[in-house]
Design a protein around this ligand. Structure first.
Ligand code: ZN
Length: 129
């Protein structure tokens, strides 16, 4: 018997949107954010530290990707704005589309950023040790 699909406005539905490559609707985005906030509140410090590093790395990789495709990114923002974006955040949606289009390039940036973060961390450990 197939499982019944969870309706929009749940984290399960949010993950389903992502899996199918669909645009995430507003109730699902809100449900996902609430779930993340709860997880974050109860997460142990080492998990929080790792998450923060991960987020900073992704942010840096995203910035590099946008920089490399600045005009296209601006065009995406205009398109999304013109189309009326139900999910809300136009910039995030433009980033999502840009990353989806240039996935291998984004991954390459992320790899570079991570490697540098590791080199830097090692250097700091040596300096302090
Ligand atoms: Zn939904």
């Amino acid at each position: 018997m197939p499982r019944e699909l969870r309706p929009c406005g749940t984290n399960a539905a949010y993950l389903r949107h992502i899996r199918k490559g669909e645009e995430v609707c507003k109730p699902c985005r809100a449900a996902h954010q609430a779930e993340n906030r709860t997880k974050w509140r109860i997460a142990p410090p080492e998990v929080k530290a790792r998450q923060q590093t991960h987020r900073a790395n992704r942010y840096e990789a995203t910035s590099r990707l946008i920089e490399a495709h600045e005009e296209e990114f601006r065009g995406l923002m205009d398109d999304i704005r013109a189309g009326g974006h139900p999910g809300g955040d136009v910039r995030n949606e433009a980033i999502r589309r840009l990353v989806a289009k240039y996935r291998p390039e984004f991954d390459k940036h992320l790899k570079t950023v991570r490697e540098w973060a590791d080199v830097f961390a090692e250097f700091m450990t040596k300096e302090q040790g």
